[in-house]
Design a protein. Structure first.
Length: 498
């Protein structure tokens, strides 16, 4: 039997009831990866033998009914897995073997999940299309000439193409939700601090959060249950206790108030996405939700604020890649050296100019510039003030409404190469997602339709801090009434006649 169409929730139930073995499950996903990943490019490293071995051992052990026992999962290559390369899709870390597991990986091991491999991403999670990977492109399974979104492009596509039922991504400004929207899957960015960041390679520490990609809200809740919890090794980890996110999923939405921000509906919003929003509103109304028009005028400052804060933090975080500690070290052969130049500075320069790709360099330069004396007040400090106003505005909004509904992205997935020459154009696509990171609040993207071209459309719900349960309940209710999340792309494996 092939198990790729089953939800993680049903796989857990079937494994617990002894209807099939972990090895059969792993075998289905391994075969799907072998068949389709050459064309899609989700995985940077995939070890089918290891996954099969792990599931066989599990089948023969007493632990085979533990938490996530036998459920295959893919990990974005920005999350450390012990003794494995964690490259962040960068030449800089191409040969970096992590000496430890991220806390979230440790938790998944305790839950007995089966690790499939590491997924492709934009270098150091900087990007919205996965075109910034130093190693390979990732294609959108719905149409290979379109981008999968980013930076968690591999994480979204492996779920969309049913090569993994679940995957972990990271979201600093939308990197879980935007690829989820582009690929027709569900993507949750939890509250800042909800999942430990220990072992998540830092991009912008005050914004980074590990997130979940899955087919639906129920599978997201299932995985979230196994990821949350306070971690003394991450000083920003929340001390708020985790909940059983599956328990309340079926709760009624009767009386729930959802806000629709006026500013989200402007000429930049694609009309097909706007139409999906109207439809979604009607679906929610049938479940007893009341809609309220609200105003979030700070929305228009989101992208500028985010790109300043994120780049400033990145310029500091990426200073550690200097050739001395991690991965790459570049020096010149003795005969080519200019004797007057300082040896150490030369190594830094060689390493950083060869190890980082163009987008990462752009962000480091932008961040260093905005933090430098004379510009700090005009850029970084101003961005911090704007961030505060964004946070205050949302706090006020959540006194009026329980959740906020809007688009995840202004357009469906664009073509590969369409925006890579114009970074600003690409940055502007993050308008709806960056706000949640700046405010530290949770947000979820869920499938809500298709464009005329057959590309998925995603919508986003945002809620106040630690409202993951409510976000998942609302999404689950929507998914009980719609089947957008159950649609599969038609894929032609590489080598097969099309
Ligand atoms: N697209 C955004 C950026 O390029 C967000 C990236 C992310 O969330 N990691 O910075």
């Amino acid at each position: 039997m092939n198990h790729i169409q089953q939800s993680a929730f049903d796989l857990v139930a079937g494994l617990k009831a002894g209807q099939f073995s972990a090895e059969e499950v792993a075998d289905s996903f391994v075969r799907q990866i072998e068949r389709h990943d050459t064309a899609i490019g989700s995985f940077l490293r995939f070890d089918g033998q290891q996954a099969l071995q792990q599931s066989r051992t599990l089948d023969g052990s007493e632990n085979k009914r533990d938490g996530l026992a036998g459920i295959p999962i893919a990990i974005k290559d920005v999350i450390c897995v012990r003794d494995q390369v964690t490259s962040c899709s960068s030449r800089m870390l191409e040969s970096f073997l992590s000496p430890y597991d991220a806390t979230v990986v440790e938790k998944l091991r305790q839950s007995k999940a089966v690790m499939l491999g590491k997924t492709n991403m934009d270098e150091f999670a900087m990007g919205s299309s996965t075109e910034n990977s130093a190693f390979q492109p990732t294609r959108n399974p719905w149409n290979p000439s379109h981008v999968p979104g980013g930076s968690s492009g591999g994480a979204a596509t492996c779920v969309a193409a049913r090569m993994a039922p679940l995957s972990l991504g990271s979201d600093t400004g939308g990197s879980v939700r935007q690829p989820a929207a582009f690929c027709g899957v569900t993507g949750l960015k939890p509250t800042y601090g909800r999942i430990s960041r220990y072992g998540l390679v830092a991009f912008a520490s005050s914004l980074d959060q590990i997130g979940i990609l899955a087919h639906d809200a129920r599978d997201t809740a299932l995985l979230l249950n196994h990821c949350v919890g306070h971690d003394p090794r991450d000083s920003t980890s929340a001390s708020v206790a985790g909940e059983d996110y599956l328990a309340g999923l079926g709760n009624s939405l009767e009386g729930l108030k959802i806000g629709l921000p006026r500013e989200y509906f402007n000429e930049g919003l694609n009309p097909e996405i706007s139409a999906s929003l109207d439809q979604a509103r009607a679906t929610f109304e049938q479940r007893g939700v009341q809609f309220v028009e609200i105003s979030l005028p700070m929305t228009s400052y989101g992208v500028a604020t985010y790109y300043l804060v994120a780049s400033c933090e990145a310029s500091g975080n990426l200073a550690r890649y200097d050739g001395a500690h991690y991965g790459l070290r570049k020096t010149l052969p003795a005969e080519n050296r200019d004797r007057s130049e300082n040896e150490l500075l030369r190594m830094y320069r060689q390493t950083r100019s060869q190890g980082f790709g163009p987008e990462v360099k752009r962000r480091i330069m932008l961040g260093t510039y905005a933090l430098s004396s004379g510009y700090y007040d005009a850029y970084y400090l101003k961005a911090l003030k704007s961030r505060r106003l964004i946070q205050d505005e949302l706090k006020q909004a959540f006194q009026q409404v329980d959740l906020i509904l809007g688009p995840t992205t202004p357009t469906p997935a664009y073509k590969t190469g369409e925006k890579s020459a114009n970074p600003l154009d690409m940055y502007l696509g993050d308008i709806y997602t960056v706000i949640a990171n700046l405010a530290g609040i949770p947000a979820i993207s869920f499938p809500a339709g298709f464009s005329a071209e057959g590309l998925p459309i995603g919508l986003q719900l945002q809620g106040p801090a630690f409202s993951e349960s409510r976000l998942l309940q609302a999404t689950h209710a929507f998914q009980s009434q719609t089947d957008w999340h159950q649609q599969d792309p038609q894929m032609t494996p590489a080598g097969d006649p099309s």
